[in-house]
Ligand binder design. Sequence first.
Ligand code: UDP
Ligand code: MG
Length: 324
Amino acid sequence: MTFFMTKDTTPKTVSFVLPFFNEQGNIGKFFEQLLAVLAPLNTYRFELILVDDGSRDGTLGELRRFCRSIPLVGPLTAHLVVFTRNFGKEVAMTAGLDISTGDAVIIMDTDLQHPPGSIPEFLAQWEAGAKLVIGQRTNRKTDTLVYRIFAGLFHAIHNKLSNINLPRGTGDFRLVDREIVAQLVTLRERQRFLRGLFAWLGYEPCIVTYDVQSRHQGRSSFTHWRSWNLALEGITSFSTAPIRLWTYLGLVVAIAGFGYGFYVVLITVLYGIQTPGYASLVSLVLLIGGLNLIGLGMMGEYIGRIHAEVKDRPIYVIKTHETF
Ligand code: UDP
Ligand code: MG
């Protein structure tokens, strides 16, 4: 019997997970740049997964026009997935990953902040064996000072409290091998912080730097409040340190309280009853009351998340799913 060493010539498929929320003004330019980068990479097949995350402008019309206008034959296929409402970027990316079939999946923003020009480098690292290629921005020029300070604090706190490490300056822009995508789609928690979930899976990332661009048109949907909530999601999803803190804080305050109680009794025994005490009493009541409320609030953060999980609702609702 003879064995032939045949080289596998079936082209690899690369999927793109592309979330859109009110990106009407960016779609034309985004696809123009993306397709220009993909055209020379003709050894691959590409699968574009466009997720319309409940846009309220002309995004859906633009996406549909794009899907119909380009010759989506041969090496390029497209899925147009439309949510019933805005579920948020983390959920939009989740739906894209669920639907994707490629050997690798690239996730990127569609407002041209993530330069399509970096894609060949991502692919080169993947071909060289990397299973997870993460884009790291070389500057924070598009961020406000407040945002930069909070982003720094978030990374420091998150990486300290949880066992997983999120490298500074990295976001959702990444290439993920099918092996990892297959693992990720089994994580069905409703409150999602996707880059944390990827890090949780534990694969060593290969970091590729890119020059972050300014948003082509429109405004970021991530207000400070929304970013704050995402940061809370990140920390509470991967660490219970914030609630465990209360055990120790409670212990310290209790010991101090006993100490003070002992002191008051001693003074009374030694010098008789001392009536004045309003200031110390009020400050103690306020201190303990305040600590109780903060502790309760932190419990609430976790209980709210348990509540969301036990309801066991689907993560998203798809209105239409067209394939081109
Ligand atoms: N996005 C989304 N759903 C949302 C908000 C944003 O799918 O609810 C998409 C948006 O279309 C873009 C990406 O997520 O492709 C990043 O959003 P944005 O530019 O608003 O955030 P930033 O770049 O400021 O973090
Ligand atoms: Mg953006």
